[in-house]
Design a protein around this ligand. Structure first.
Ligand code: PLP
Length: 387
C-alpha cells in the first residue's frame, strides 16, 4: 500500500544529512562543552558554531540564542521568566485565544500566581485585531505573546505590525515561531520581536532540541538553575549532538526554504481545490495567508477521528487538530475560536505537507478521500439530516 505522510506539522523525519552531522557528537566527539580538555573544547566549538548559524538565520546575535529541550520549554521559560523578572513593573500579559497549549496552559498557571491574562479573540480566519491589541495594552502590560502561524489552521499573523504596536507601548513581544521557522523568513529586527521560541523537530532536525531568541536587554529570570550554562539562562549539560543537528537543519532550510515553500504552496493549493470539490466540505484558515504546507478542512456530518483512522487504513497519515491534544475528545479550541460550532469542529482534518510530499501523493489522497467521506456520512448518526 502507498504510504502518504501528511502530518509534517506534528513532526518531521530527521534529514539524513542532519543525522550524519550529529553522529560524531554521540561517540568520538562526546565531550562536555564545559570541560577544559580538548574534547570539551571541541564540543564547545561545535556548540558556539551552531549558535552562530541559528542566530544568523533570524538576524540575531549569537549571544541572543539559548538552546533548550523543546519549544514547550522555551515558551515556559519566556512566559514565566519575563513574568517573574518584571512583576514590579506590572502583572498583565496579553495573548490570543488560538495559541498552542504550551502558551495557554502556562498562562493559566501564571493566573494562579497572580498575573492577569487577556486572551484576544480572532476573526473567522484566525487573525487578531491590531486595534483591539493596542486597546488592550495597559501601563502594567509586560508581555504580549502572539504566535507567528497557527499550528492547526495555518493562518500567518501580521507579525511586523504586532511587533510595532508592542514596541510603541513598551511591552515585550514574544512569538511562538514553531510552525514558521524554516518555512517562511523571520527577521527579529525587522519584525520587532523581543523573544521567539522554536523547535528542531518541525524542520527535519531531531526531537528534544529547541531554541529561544532573547533580545539583549530583555529582563528575564531563568527557569532552570544549576551550572550556569547558556549564559546562566538554562543550566543543564548541553545536548551538543542535538544542537549540532538543529544547526545543520537550519543550514539546509536556509538553502532549500524558498524553493521548497514555493513547491509546497502549489501542492497545497491543488489539494485544497480537490478536497473542496467534495460536497459540504470547508477550508479552515485564510485561503492565502497561510503556511505553505497547511491544509485544514471540516466536513459536515463526520467525526474527524474516524476520518483520520480511515485514512490511516489507506496509508494516509493526517490529523484532526494538533497532535499534542489529539488524545482529548474536546473539540479544538482554535476551531471554536474561529467560530465553528462544536459538531463542526469535530469534523476537522488537518493535512500538512512536507519535503517528501509529491503530486502523486496528492492525487492518491484526492482519489481516496471522497469515498471515505461518502462512506462515513452513510453511517453517521446525523445521516437523517444528510440528503
Ligand atoms: C505552534 C506550536 N507551539 C509549540 C509546540 C511545542 O513544541 P515542542 O514539541 O518542541 O515542545 C508545537 C508542537 O506541536 C507547536 O506546533
Amino acid at each position: 500500500m502507498r504510504k502518504v505522510y501528511l502530518d509534517y506539522a506534528a513532526t518531521t523525519p530527521v534529514d539524513s544529512r542532519v543525522i550524519k552531522a550529529m553522529k560524531p557528537y554521540f561517540d568520538e566527539k562526546f565531550g562536555n562543552s564545559m570541560s577544559l580538555h580538548s574534547l570539551g573544547i571541541e564540543a564547545k566549538k561545535a556548540l558556539e558554531n551552531s549558535r552562530k548559524t541559528v542566530a544568523k538565520f533570524i538576524k540575531a546575535k549569537p549571544e541572543e540564542i539559548i538552546f533548550t529541550g523543546s519549544a514547550t520549554e522555551s515558551i515556559n521559560s519566556v512566559l514565566k521568566g519575563v513574568a517573574f523578572a518584571n512583576k514590579k513593573r506590572g502583572k498583565h500579559i496579553i495573548t490570543s485565544s488560538i495559541e498552542h497549549h504550551a502558551v495557554l496552559e502556562t498562562c493559566k498557571w501564571l493566573e494562579k500566581q497572580g498575573f492577569e491574562i487577556t486572551y484576544l479573540p480572532v476573526d473567522k480566519d484566525g487573525f487578531i485585531n491590531l486595534i483591539q491589541l493596542e486597546n488592550s495594552i495597559r501601563k502594567d502590560t509586560i508581555l504580549v505573546s502572539i504566535m507567528h502561524a497557527n499550528n492547526e489552521i495555518g493562518t500567518i499573523e501580521t507579525l511586523k505590525d504586532i511587533g510595532t504596536v508592542c514596541s510603541n507601548h513598551d511591552a515585550y513581544f514574544h512569538t511562538d515561531g514553531v510552525q514558521t521557522f524554516g518555512k517562511i523568513p523571520i527577521d527579529v529586527k525587522k519584525m520587532n520581536i523581543d523573544l521567539l521560541s522554536v523547535s528542531a523537530h518541525k524542520f527535519y532536525g531531531p526531537k528534544g532540541v529547541g531554541a529561544t531568541f532573547i533580545r539583549k536587554g530583555v529582563k528575564i529570570e531563568p527557569l532552570l538553575h544549576g551550572g550556569g550554562h547558556e549564559f546562566g539562562l538554562r543550566s543543564s549539560t548541553s545536548n551538543v549532538a542535538g544542537i549540532v543537528g538543529m544547526a545543520k537543519a537550519v543550514e539546509l532550510r536556509k538553502k532549500e526554504m524558498t524553493s521548497e515553500s514555493k513547491r509546497l504552496r502549489k501542492l497545497r493549493d491543488s489539494l485544497i481545490k480537490g478536497v473542496l470539490k467534495i460536497e459540504n466540505s470547508h477550508l479552515n484558515g485564510h485561503p492565502k495567508t497561510r503556511l505553505p504546507n497547511n491544509a485544514n478542512f471540516w466536513f459536515n456530518f463526520i467525526e474527524g477521528e474516524s476520518l483520520v483512522v480511515e485514512l490511516s487504513s489507506h496509508g494516509i497519515y493526517g490529523s484532526t487538530g494538533s497532535a499534542c491534544s489529539s488524545d482529548t475528545l474536546e473539540p479544538s479550541h482554535v476551531l471554536l475560536a474561529i467560530g465553528l460550532k462544536h459538531e463542526e469542529a469535530h469534523g476537522s482534518l488537518r493535512l500538512s505537507l512536507g519535503k517528501y510530499t509529491n503530486k502523486a501523493d496528492i492525487n492518491y489522497v484526492l482519489g481516496v478521500l471522497p469515498n471515505i467521506v461518502k462512506r462515513l456520512r452513510k453511517i453517521s448518526p446525523f445521516k437523517g439530516r444528510w440528503k
